[in-house]
Design a binder for this molecule. Structure first.
Ligand SMILES: NC(=O)c1ccc[n+]([C@@H]2O[C@H](COP(=O)([O-])OP(=O)(O)OC[C@H]3O[C@@H](n4cnc5c(N)ncnc54)[C@H](O)[C@@H]3O)[C@@H](O)[C@H]2O)c1
Ligand SMILES: Nc1nc(=O)c(N)c(NC[C@H](O)[C@H](O)[C@H](O)COP(=O)(O)O)[nH]1
Length: 222
């Protein structure tokens, strides 16, 4: 068993999610950031790859006080669980995702340095070990389900999106297209990695104008 899982990503019209320097680029408009916050508030956990932590240093918390309050009233934690997929356990100890504002799970593989793993555990971080060199994503989502996660939001980046799709672990995808072209053959895209052969088919669930861009919602067909 695994949680209902969706990817949310902000893309330029040419499919890039950052530029070749892999810095954090603002693609979403205010309206979209509000929508992302609402999706976070509905989720039990938010997952990102270590590449995103190293380049963006996201906090992955619910920004609206009202939405955090509503979660508390529902008997949930104010913020969803944060999950970092980090095979070699490269996460900086001062990463924002390790702060006190929410529970954090760092998923590593068996090649991770055991001293670093122990340091994280002493800091109160739940370190989940699965996979020989890369994190075993199937085992990870099964573990998340076991601890009560029913809705999982994946917030990138390009490599984690690809790996989750390849493993057949994604139910839906939201792509927000911002009003820009980023360009660059080395810039990360919505999905990197190797091409799927045949391509993964999608069903269009919704499309609408949002701010100065377009929000699309897709169901992943198996
Ligand atoms: N616009 C957006 O919505 C958005 C969202 C998130 C990230 N980003 C951008 O994406 C870029 C980061 O993407 P990325 O592709 O470099 O990194 P990523 O965040 O996808 O992390 C990938 C890393 O995860 C680790 N990993 C562990 N187990 C794995 C597995 N089974 N399969 C695959 N990877 C596994 C590997 O170390 C791999 O390098 C940054 O530029 C960031 O700004 C954009
Ligand atoms: N939805 C979205 N629109 C963007 O324009 C953009 N650049 C990202 N990028 C995702 C990335 O990981 C961000 O860094 C986190 O969304 C920040 O999360 P915090 O505010 O720190 O909680 N995401």
């Amino acid at each position: 068993m695994r949680p209902f899982t969706f990817i949310n990503v902000a893309s330029s019209v040419d499919g890039k999610i950052s530029n070749e320097k892999r810095i954090q680029l603002r693609i979403s408009c205010e309206e979209d950031l509000k929508r992302v916050d609402e999706l976070r508030a509905k989720s039990d956990a938010i997952m990102v790859g270590i590449g995103t932590v190293l380049s963006d240093n996201p906090k992955l918390t619910v920004k609206s006080e009202e939405l955090r309050k509503r979660r508390l009233e529902e008997g949930r934690d104010a913020n969803p669980i944060r999950v970092v997929v980090d095979s070699k356990c490269r996460i900086p100890l001062d990463a924002k995702v390790l702060d006190e504002s929410a529970k954090t799970i760092v998923a590593v593989s068996r090649i991770a340095n055991s001293e670093k793993v122990n340091t994280l555990r002493r800091m109160g971080v739940d370190v989940f070990v699965a996979g020989d060199d890369k994190v075993d994503l199937k085992a990870l989502v099964e573990y998340l389900y076991k601890i009560g996660v029913r809705v999982l939001m994946v917030e990138g980046g390009a490599t984690l999106n690809w790996a989750m799709l390849r493993e057949g672990l994604v139910d839906e995808i939201y792509v927000y297209y911002g009003n820009m072209i980023i360009g660059g053959s080395k810039a990360p895209t919505v999905v990197d990695g190797m091409s799927f052969d045949p391509p993964i088919s999608l069903d269009l669930l919704d499309v609408r104008k949002l701010g100065r861009g377009i929000l699309t919602r897709w169901r992943v067909l198996r």
